[in-house]
Design a protein around this ligand. Structure first.
Ligand code: PDD
Length: 281
């Protein structure tokens, strides 16, 4: 195992020495939130937006942010390798309680953990990936980046077992997002993604793509997408901090357009690659 350095509760230490109590509420209840922040050439990408989402997630679960943004930057930066494309995984749980009780414990210090991984280029980018559509069985706080991911992993696993890269989730006939990604479709020449709300995570990659579309006069709209409409799309993409923009060429048993990544994806991916190398905060 790569015994890299990680951060746990104020200390930098080798991964195999980073230990938490079995009474940690993250372990017992999934009572915590997380962030995944990409880093290009040692600079955290859209750091302020990730911090803003972290703050929203924390306040949604009624946890006080243990650090300000400058402190977070100081904590995370030593984990980065400036020569690589990486991502920081950052998790905060409600902490270690004396007894297992669903109600919040009093006077508990949150557990803070961070580690860094290399971003491996996602396979099959040139040929695209397959996805399945599946009922969105998650809860009503999908806008919170909660570590409570049992529904997401069960949904993703069903996709994997069908040889697919992602599960596209459908609620009441409308597409929400992927199990760990946001969704875009090109329908009648317009780039469409479902609007922000409690049914999806407000993806930072999603925001960057909308901004790039705006700057480059690519027609776009934040609108609901029926599963039936998705099946008529000329392009479908899945987006996330770790996979970036992945073209989907097959949904369930249907081939999308000609079964190859489409022209809008090619343009957007080129613009995104240029943007991520030049635009940091
Ligand atoms: N997941 N929707 C869900 C449910 C996600 O889990 C993610 C990312 C996204 C995309 O968000 P962003 O563009 O900010 O990465 C949307 C991360 C990568 C993860 O859980 O590892």
């Amino acid at each position: 195992m790569d015994n890299k350095t990680v951060y746990l509760n104020g200390q930098y230490l080798p991964l195999d020495e980073a230990k938490i109590s079995v009474m940690d509420r993250g372990f017992l209840f999934g009572d915590g939130i997380y962030e995944v922040i990409p880093s290009y050439s040692g600079l955290l990408f859209h750091f302020s937006e990730h911090m803003k989402r972290l703050e929203n997630s924390l306040s949604s679960i009624r946890l006080v942010n243990p650090h300000d943004r400058a402190q977070w930057l100081a904590i995370l930066t030593p984990l980065l390798d400036t020569s690589l494309d990486q991502s920081i995984y950052l998790q905060i749980t409600r902490g270690v309680a004396a007894t297992r009780d669903h109600a919040f414990p009093a006077n508990v210090t949150p557990t803070v953990f961070a580690m860094c991984s290399n971003i491996a280029p996602f396979a099959n980018l040139d040929s695209g990936v397959k996805a399945i559509s599946i009922d969105d069985s998650r809860w009503e706080l999908c806008n919170v980046k909660a570590t409570t991911l049992l529904a997401n992993i069960l949904l993703r696993q069903q996709a994997v077992e069908k040889g697919c890269a992602e599960a596209i989730l459908v609620k009441d006939g409308y597409v929400t997002e992927g199990a760990a990604s946001n969704i875009f479709a090109v329908i009648d020449g317009i780039l469409i993604t479902p609007p922000i709300g409690h049914e999806i995570l407000p993806g930072i990659t999603r925001d960057v793509i909308l901004e790039i579309a705006r700057q480059n006069n690519i027609p776009y709209s934040e609108d609901i997408i029926a599963l039936d409409a998705l099946k008529t799309a000329s392009e479908i993409w899945l987006t996330s901090s770790t996979r970036e923009i992945v073209p989907v060429v097959q949904l369930d048993n249907e081939i999308i357009a000609n079964g190859k990544p489409g022209p809008v994806w090619k343009t957007m991916n080129r613009l995104f690659q240029a943007y991520k190398q030049s635009s940091h905060e």
